[in-house]
Design a protein around this ligand. Structure first.
Ligand code: XIL
Length: 350
């Protein structure tokens, strides 16, 4: 008889272990909360068969996707007049088949544009026509299938006297290219959210002040801008989350949404310790908490599904890495668990 409670105890433990094993996914909570939570889809996606673990994880864990590269101008119109929509269309078909939303990234940027387009020797009339044709063709092609577009990416350089990055667009067309891009995108798809997206402008500082000044003036000019994308390429220990909250609040007061568009939190490659993975988990939790508490923030996007394909090692010349919530072998990191637990808690408190 004495053994009986012990058996019950063991049964309870194995039951909780079982429920943990089938613990559910980020997506289940995201769907219940009506929140857009997703990842950037790597170029590898297009090489995998439909039952590949990458695709299986993607659709079970997330309800939103963005193309990491294949919707950038260099991929869409590498040769003038030849638009390549196959890869984006197949990603969008995958998303539709699995009830996922799609963000569009990005229409105007100073990087990943074809050489023929990135040409400050062209006349302003020519470059204006090129940009108008590109935006109109691309947004029209995807009309109704993209819920939010990054229309202009990274146009601010707070070190410039006028705070504008001297891209070919800026040099030839002047700052009005930003307004024009939003107007053309809006005409082509009036229901899509139109976002100005930038990095290093998440908390309060010179860069976010310049972004704020830009979007405030755009609003005042009645330009159809819906919000500001906070890229959130963070390095562990360097983010001021209170400042980020304040920045999100001041953007909201302008009547603009915010979106977390490219979150990753990288670690120094020579400091991949358990302690740092725990710290990383706490920071992911902070960003998720800001997102969940702020109904004006309408997307939470990680810049990649797994560390296996993260852009960070390549970009940092292998000085940094391990920035995402799934490890290279697709297992859940402490960062995954912290985000997952916080989402579950929100569902319970709903
Ligand atoms: C990066 C991709 O992740 C890389 O694969 C590519 O080689 C370069 O671009 N800000 C952006 C993204 O807006 O488009 C960038 O994506 C990362 C920085």
């Amino acid at each position: 008889m004495k053994k009986f409670p012990f058996v019950i105890f063991i049964l309870q433990i194995s039951f909780s272990a079982l429920t943990l094993a089938g613990q559910g996914t980020i997506r289940q909570s995201a769907d219940k909360l009506g929140k857009n939570i997703g990842v950037a889809v790597s170029n590898q996606f297009f090489r995998f068969s439909d039952d590949h673990q990458y695709k299986t994880l993607l659709k079970s864990e997330f309800n939103t996707v963005v193309a990491e590269n294949v919707m950038k101008p260099v991929s869409i119109e590498p040769v003038r007049g030849q638009f390549l929509f196959d890869k984006p269309d197949s990603l969008i078909a995958f998303a539709a088949a699995n009830g996922m939303k799609v963000r569009g990234h990005c229409l105007v940027w100073h990087k990943q544009i074809p050489r023929w387009m990135n040409n400050d020797q062209l006349s302003s009339g020519e470059l204006f026509a090129i940009l108008k044709e590109y935006i109109t063709t691309v947004v029209t092609h995807f009309k109704g299938r993209i819920f939010a577009w990054d229309v202009v990416n990274e146009a601010i350089d707070e070190k410039e006297a006028d705070s504008f990055r001297k891209s070919a667009w800026m040099k030839v067309l002047g700052p009005s290219f930003i307004d024009s891009a939003f107007v053309w995108a809006h005409r082509a798809d009036p229901t899509a959210l139109l976002i100005y997206n930038d990095y290093g402008a998440e908390d309060i500082g010179a860069k976010s002040n310049a972004v704020f000044t830009l979007v405030k003036a755009m609003k005042a000019r009645n330009i159809p801008i819906s919000g500001v994308g906070l890229q959130c390429h963070f390095q562990l220990g360097k983010t001021n989350f209170d400042g980020m909250k304040q920045n999100m609040e001041r953007i909201a007061r302008l009547g603009l949404q915010t979106q977390i568009t490219e979150l990753d939190i990288s670690l120094p490659s020579d400091q991949l310790t358990n302690e740092n993975y725990e710290k990383q988990a706490r920071e992911y939790e902070q960003v998720m908490s800001l997102f969940l508490k702020d109904n004006n923030c309408t997307a939470f996007m990680l810049w990649g599904l797994t560390d296996k394909f993260s852009w960070i090692p390549g970009f940092s010349l292998n000085k940094r890495g391990s920035a995402l919530v799934f490890s290279e072998d697709y297992s859940r990191k402490p960062a995954y668990n912290s985000v997952f637990n916080l989402l579950n808690k929100s569902v319970r408190n709903k």
